[in-house]
Design a protein around this ligand. Structure first.
Ligand code: NAD
Length: 493
């Protein structure tokens, strides 16, 4: 890797205008991996101009969906060819275990292929006749790309989150300026390189690394950006929405969560343990939809706690590259301190720490934390209500179905939820009452590119993935024609 990376603007690698850079850190060794170019307002402006020009004059939106699909498929196949290298970069930059990073990269490639298919379908579905009651007119609704998109993404699934925005945006015919998180910028730079190798026309995808308050806010404020697609925290989402309000930009937001898992006492306890542990400890719990609030029916409460603790204590912690590791280091020092402070506050406020909560033995370096299980917290406590974004699960008991639903819904978030019961009628009934954008029955977390993803309430606005993800990047235009030879008759009587 070069001493300092560059920005990818208008199909070329360029140095940042002001020559600024920042470090990206390996969360296992706490050492610097690379110096990363830090874009400032001037660079963002150049990137947006390149995207604007590619959209207005470069012919990208006018290409057929089939032609755009060709580029997307080439990108997908290059990602597959480089899957191992990209996954290893993700492990170094983010800390996640290698098998999970390999899933991410596999899903990233599939996401480009999936939207290639939708780009092709768009050729036949772009225009749709609209039936009018006045037969002197004919009308159609036409889908057109929104324009230049600013995509701002977080650090927990770096390359996959980029794909969730870039693939549908390019499929729709938009051009993109992507700003990855400053915490995990490495694979977004690889995506730029791959786009270059796939001979994507200049300016269609620009990748600018940089800090949120500098490059991120410059991108958000830029008047030539037509759409902002953001994934990240609620406070940043709020800022982006406020800035977007000035120019009335189209915004989609994928924000935080505090997802409930309702477990009825007719469930198989071993299946419950598996889905809860996976739900909260995969990707180190740094997952927007993580199973962070478990509501268990009282009969199952004691046996569940016993089994959860037994199994959580067996989880192998370590460097994501090591065989059998299920829990890597948290992403960086700031996140490590944030999670530690949430744990300390939980204890202070009287919750019972059943397991974990400390730096694991044998890991004196790196942002390592034991899998952590809390119980006996109040519903009002921050532990129960606020997103921790780490390997910390909170468990409370309930008696009645209605009480569990009310408790699950008593949250300012509404990203995901899960329900487990052998009684499928009950599970389906509860699923329909949960105020969340994603509800899993008898499982938690599996995510499919084909199905809509997004939150209710403060968890966001809009949906990604599936056909919904494509619609995020499309405008609908009405074209109405007057077919009659009769005068309209407003003044000609
Ligand atoms: P964050 O909000 O701190 O940062 C996200 C991105 O926004 C980064 O690229 C950052 O540089 C940029 N940014 C920061 N300040 C900005 C500003 N003023 N203007 C423009 N951009 C700015 O979030 P994070 O810590 O990277 O990610 C964790 C959060 O993301 C969690 O809350 C998590 O729940 C959420 N998340 C949600 C989903 C989802 O699909 N709903 C998926 C993954 C993560």
């Amino acid at each position: 890797m070069s001493a300092t990376t560059q920005l990818f603007i208008n199909g070329q690698w360029v140095n940042p205008r002001k020559g600024e850079n920042f470090a990206t850190i390996d969360p296992d060794s706490e050492k610097e991996i690379a110096r990363i170019a830090a874009a400032t307002r001037e660079d963002v402006d150049l990137a947006v101009q390149a995207a604007r020009n590619a959209f207005d004059n470069g012919g990208w939106p006018e290409l057929s969906g089939k032609a755009r699909a060709g580029y997307l498929r080439r990108i997908a196949s290059l990602i597959r060819e480089k899957q191992q290298m990209l996954a290893e970069l993700e492990v170094r930059d983010n800390g996640k275990p290698l098998p999970e990073a390999l899933w991410d990269i596999g899903d990233t490639a599939y996401c480009f292929d999936f939207y290639a298919d939708l780009a092709e379908k768009l050729d036949n579905q772009r225009e749709q006749a609209v039936a009018l009651t006045d037969d002197r007119f004919s009308s159609l609704a036409r889908k057109e790309p929104i324009g230049v998109c600013g995509a701002i993404i977080p650090w927990n699934f770096p390359m996959l989150m980029a794909a969730w925005k870039v693939a549908p945006a390019l499929a729709a015919g938009c051009t993109v300026v992507l700003k990855p998180s400053e915490v995990t910028p490495l694979t977004a730079l690889q995506l730029a390189d791959i786009a270059h190798q796939a001979e994507l026309p200049a300016g269609v995808l620009n990748v600018i690394t940089g800090l949120g308050h500098e490059a991120g806010s410059a991108l958000t404020e830029h008047p030539d950006v037509d759409k902002l697609a953001f994934t990240g925290s609620v406070p940043t989402g709020r800022k982006i929405m406020q800035v977007a309000a000035t120019e009335i930009k189209n915004v989609s937001l994928e924000l935080g969560g505090k997802s409930a898992f309702i477990l009825f006492d007719d469930s198989d306890i071993e299946k419950a343990v598996e889905w809860i542990l996976f739900g909260i400890f995969w990707n180190k719990g740094e997952v927007c939809s993580a199973t962070s609030r478990v509501l268990v029916q009282r009969n199952l409460y004691q046996p569940l706690m016993k089994r959860l603790v037994e199994e959580a204590e067996k989880i192998k912690i370590g460097n994501g590259m090591d065989e059998g590791v299920l829990l890597g280091p948290l992403v960086n020092e700031a996140q490590y301190k944030k999670v530690q402070s949430a744990i300390a506050q939980g204890i202070e406020q009287g919750a019972t720490l059943l397991s974990g909560g400390k730096r694991p033995q044998g890991h004196d370096k790196g942002y390592y934390l034991q899998p952590t299980i809390f119980t006996e917290m109040t519903e009002e406590s921050e532990l129960w209500r606020e997103e921790i974004f780490g390997p910390v699960v909170c468990v409370r008991a309930f008696d009645e179905e209605a009480e569990a639903i009310a408790s699950a819904n008593r949250s300012r978030f509404g990203l995901a939820a899960a329900v487990m019961s052998e009684d499928l009628e009950r599970a389906e009934r509860v699923a329909r009452k949960l105020r969340a954008g994603i509800v899993w029955i008898n499982c938690s977390q599996p995510t499919f590119t084909e199905a809509p993803w997004g939150g209710y309430k403060q968890s966001g606005i809009g949906r990604e993935l599936g056909e919904w993800g494509l619609n995020n990047y499309l405008e609908t235009k009405q074209i109405t024609r007057y077919d009659s030879d009769e005068p309209w008759g407003w003044y000609l009587k």
